[in-house]
Ligand binder design. Structure first.
Ligand code: PLP
Length: 212
C-alpha cells in the first residue's frame, strides 16, 4: 500500500515537472520506522520530520541505509544542537538566532548543514516564517556562518491562493543567484508547486496515510 502510494506520487511529479530536478521528501512525522522502511525498500531516500524526539529514534533505527534527513518543523533554541548533529537539511529556519546556533553547533566532522529560510509568503499571523521584506537582510547574514549553507526558501502558502504564492516565492529565489532550492508543495498542491518551480516537495499523508 505505502509502496503503491509512493509510486503514484512519482507519477504525479513526472506528469508536471519540466527540466528541473524535483526531490520527493517523504514526510514521516508520527509514523513508525516500519512505515519508513517500506518506502526505503521502494527506493525512497529523503525523509522529513517535524518532532525532534521521535525523529531521533527513527534516525537511529534506520541508520546505515544512506538516508537524507530534513527537519521541517518549528525549532526551539534548545533543540538546535541535536538538529545540527543529526540532520542534513533544515527547512524551517526563521530567525537569525536559530541560524547562528545551528552554525555553532554543527559538528566539524560533518558536511555543512543545508538550510532553507522559511518564508511567511502570505503574511499570515498564524504562520511562522520571515516576511518578504525581511529576506534580503537575513540572507546577507549567512555569509558569517561557515558551517551552514543557505540554499533557498521554504513556504506553506494559504490554500486560497497557493498558485500565486508559489509563483511569488519562485520570483524571490531568482533574485538570489547563489540560491537554488525551493521547498514547497504538499499532498494537496504538489502539482501547482512544481509548475511554479519547486525543487523539493514534502509529501506526508498521500504516502503514509492520514495522521491520527
Ligand atoms: C506535515 C507536513 C507536510 C506534509 O503534509 P501532507 O499534507 O501530509 O502531505 C509538509 N510540510 C510540512 C512543513 C509539514 O509539517
Amino acid at each position: 500500500m505505502i509502496a503503491q502510494n509512493l509510486a503514484k506520487i512519482h507519477h504525479r511529479i513526472d506528469a508536471v515537472k519540466h527540466s528541473q530536478e524535483v526531490t520527493l521528501i517523504a514526510v514521516s512525522k508520527t509514523k513508525p520506522a516500519t512505515d519508513l522502511q517500506q518506502t526505503i525498500d521502494a527506493g525512497q531516500r529523503h525523509f522529513g520530520e517535524n518532532y525532534l524526539q521521535e525523529s531521533l529514534e527513527k534516525i537511529e533505527t534506520l541508520k546505515g541505509q544512506d538516508l537524507i534527513w530534513h527537519f521541517i518543523g518549528p525549532i526551539q533554541s534548545n533543540k538546535t544542537k541535536q538538529i545540527a548533529e543529526n540532520f542534513d537539511w533544515v527547512h524551517s529556519v526563521d530567525r537569525l538566532k536559530i541560524a547562528k546556533r545551528l552554525n555553532d553547533q554543527r559538528p566539524e566532522n560533518l558536511e555543512k548543514l543545508n538550510v532553507l529560510l522559511q518564508v511567511n509568503i502570505d503574511n499570515e499571523p498564524t504562520k511562522s516564517g520571515v516576511l518578504i521584506d525581511e529576506i534580503d537582510a537575513l540572507v546577507a547574514h549567512f555569509e558569517n556562518f561557515p558551517n551552514i549553507s543557505l540554499r533557498g526558501f521554504m513556504c506553506i502558502p494559504s490554500p486560497a491562493n497557493s498558485a500565486s504564492s508559489f509563483a511569488k516565492m519562485s520570483e524571490i529565489l531568482k533574485k538570489h543567484a547563489n540560491l537554488d532550492a525551493l521547498s514547497m508543495g504538499m499532498s494537496s498542491d504538489l502539482e501547482l508547486a512544481i509548475e511554479n518551480g519547486a525543487t523539493f516537495v514534502r509529501i506526508g499523508s498521500d504516502i503514509f496515510g492520514k495522521r491520527a
